[in-house]
Write a protein that binds this ligand. Structure first.
Ligand SMILES: Cc1cc2nc3c(=O)[nH]c(=O)nc-3n(C[C@H](O)[C@H](O)[C@H](O)COP(=O)(O)OP(=O)(O)OC[C@H]3O[C@@H](n4cnc5c(N)ncnc54)[C@H](O)[C@@H]3O)c2cc1C
Length: 528
């Protein structure tokens, strides 16, 4: 199959993704009266699987935007942009109110009073939730039904963002897409990447199967930088059931918020003496503590003892169900858990309106790097960011489309695409770029990635392998360049944090005309 388009279409805005960020964006474009086409390659989104909730400061409570900002910045290991955090947190309540207007229902502690829980790194109870621990399913349901006239195309894979540099002013002109009819072009002056995360870089992850780093690759090919990509967050408590790989169930952090404790196989606390917040420390701290304990004991997993939580099955129906499916009764026995690849703290560099450095290209949600999460995301800040920045990106992209006027995309450029076999990629990433890394392993990973062979990227699977391979190159290069430990990035050979590296590293493709797929890192030192 060739990459030459066999069908064409026009829109004002193309949104790639139907999770929280994509749908919040698409609804905002639609409300502005512009033509929006929404693409999705898969039925599942990470949004649907979110358990714990949405961190939001409710008015007229003892909580404050400033307290939420401080907690977020403290978790972010010195790399958050406090102005970006403040801007996003401050709009959280309004975005949640819009979601409620769209039909979302959150759990209440008394009539008209939302129930608030706590998660790691939060100094207050400020997490709203739905269906106990099924918040994401409720958010997805509300957004899916908010406007049934939205033009959503399922089984459409975005392959390339098209840009035009011919008159000296770079601009987006559309997207190359493949569906059951073959490749096609959607001509549009605004494109929003809302493609989610990259958990499937690793053999076991909490992410759905479509989380393959597509947006990172699309941005790099379009000449747009990514940042903080070395900070892959490993959730401390992914259900451990032997050697299973692929998407694995998450055991929400809210269990610890309600009193569950982390123990090793000998019954000793995993986090005692590690951090003043103990089991409620930020995720990077808890995941690293578990990893260190497992290395020391040689055990395959640690345990989350939630037997003390009253009304467990009512409060945590999703966790109850996934545990029972694995033959574990969480009300009678501790739950076996390990850290699992969960969230990309970095991504496509944008401002707080989702604007990238390429006019007409926007990004929102997990694929974006707004400066909200820094080196480590605070629990339940992701749905919040997706809602707020998704909506803003939609409004800004709609306005850009009006200002830019209709666009006609040229033919897609041909580019060499490399891919490793998925199993080889998983083995190398899991072994060398997990919770703890070192130079030797990262060099081995880079060597493995250099053996990737040329692949046409015209089917979903081939495209995902190509995107994963390029994203893995970016993670490996950024992780190698950061010669310190900070946030989610732990270097065995550089265990300390280096104040001189308290800057975000940026990754770009070696050159837009370079077809090798090599990436270059502008290191923190170079930026300084
Ligand atoms: C198990 C789990 C629990 C979580 N719990 C919480 C929580 O309690 N609170 C919280 O704040 N966060 C939580 N998170 C994180 C949060 O859910 C995600 O970060 C967030 O939902 C991501 O939303 P998104 O819109 O960016 O992407 P997603 O919801 O992942 O949607 C991505 C979309 O992009 C589409 N797509 C991708 N590539 C392409 C392509 N090339 N072409 C076409 N379409 C494409 C996919 O089909 C999909 O529609 C959790 C995550 C997981 C996995």
């Amino acid at each position: 199959m060739t990459r030459q388009p066999v069908w064409h279409q026009r829109a004002d805005v193309v949104v790639i993704g139907t999770g929280v960020a994509g749908l919040a964006a698409a609804l905002a474009v639609h409300q502005r009266g512009r033509i929006v086409v929404v693409l999705s390659k898969a039925a599942e989104t990470a949004t649907h699987y979110a358990q714990g909730g949405i961190a939001v400061v409710l008015p007229q409570t003892e909580d404050s935007v400033e307290a939420h900002v401080q907690d977020t910045v403290a978790a972010g290991g010195g790399l958050c942009d406090p102005d970006a955090v403040r801007s996003i947190v401050a709009d959280g309540y309004a975005a949640v109110a819009d979601l409620v207007h769209d039909g979302a229902r959150f759990d209440e502690s008394s009539p008209g009073q939302w129930a608030l829980t706590r998660e790691g790194g939060h100094s207050r109870r400020r997490i709203i939730h739905a269906g106990g621990d099924a918040t994401g399913a409720e958010v997805q349901r509300a957004l899916d039904h908010a406007d049934t006239t939205l033009d959503i195309r399922r089984n459409h894979v975005a392959l390339q963002v098209l840009r035009d540099d011919s008159d000296g002013l770079a601009a987006v002109t559309g997207v190359l897409v493949v569906n059951q009819d073959g490749p096609g072009l959607i001509h549009a002056p605004s494109v929003i990447l809302a493609t989610g995360g990259l958990g499937h870089l690793y053999s076991a992850t909490t992410n759905p199967e479509g989380s393959t780093g597509d947006g990172v690759a699309l941005a790099l090919w379009a000449g747009v930088p990514i940042s903080d990509i070395e900070f892959v967050q490993f959730h401390p408590t992914m259900l451990f059931d032997g050697h299973a790989s692929g998407r694995r169930p998450l055991i929400t952090e809210a269990l610890r918020g309600e009193g569950a404790i982390l123990l090793d196989a000998q019954g000793n606390s995993v986090t005692a003496g590690v951090h003043p917040m103990g089991d409620m420390a930020p995720r990077d701290v808890v995941a690293a503590a578990i990893d260190a304990r497992l290395s020391k004991t040689g055990d395959p997993c640690v345990y989350l003892d939630a037997r003390g939580i009253a009304g467990f099955e009512r409060r945590f129906p999703t966790v109850t169900e996934v545990c029972r499916a694995a033959g574990i009764d969480p009300t009678r026995e501790p739950i076996p858990v390990v850290p699992g690849a969960h969230y990309s703290c970095g991504g496509v560099v944008t401002d707080v309106h989702g604007q990238t450095e390429l006019p007409g290209l926007f990004a929102a949600g997990e694929v974006a790097r707004t400066g909200m999460h820094g080196a480590n995301r605070l629990a339940s800040n992701s749905l919040l960011e997706g809602l707020v920045v998704g909506g803003r990106a939609g409004r800004t992209a709609a306005d850009h489309a009006v200002a830019a006027g209709p666009r006609r995309a040229g033919l897609p450029e041909s580019r060499r695409h490399d891919a490793l076999d998925r199993a080889d990629l998983h083995r190398a990433m899991t072994r060398y770029a997990s919770v703890v890394r070192d130079a030797d392993g990262l060099h081995r990973l880079s060597d493995t990635l250099a053996t990737a062979g040329e692949r046409s990227a015209l089917t979903r699977t081939d495209f995902e392998d190509v995107a994963l391979t390029l994203t893995a190159r970016a993670v490996a290069a950024a992780a190698l360049a950061r010669t310190e430990s900070r946030g989610c990035h732990h270097r065995r050979d550089y265990p300390d944090t280096d104040p001189a590296q308290a800057r975000s590293a940026t990754v770009r493709l070696a050159g837009r005309d370079d077809r090798s797929g090599e990436v270059v890192v502008e290191t923190p030192a170079a930026i300084c």
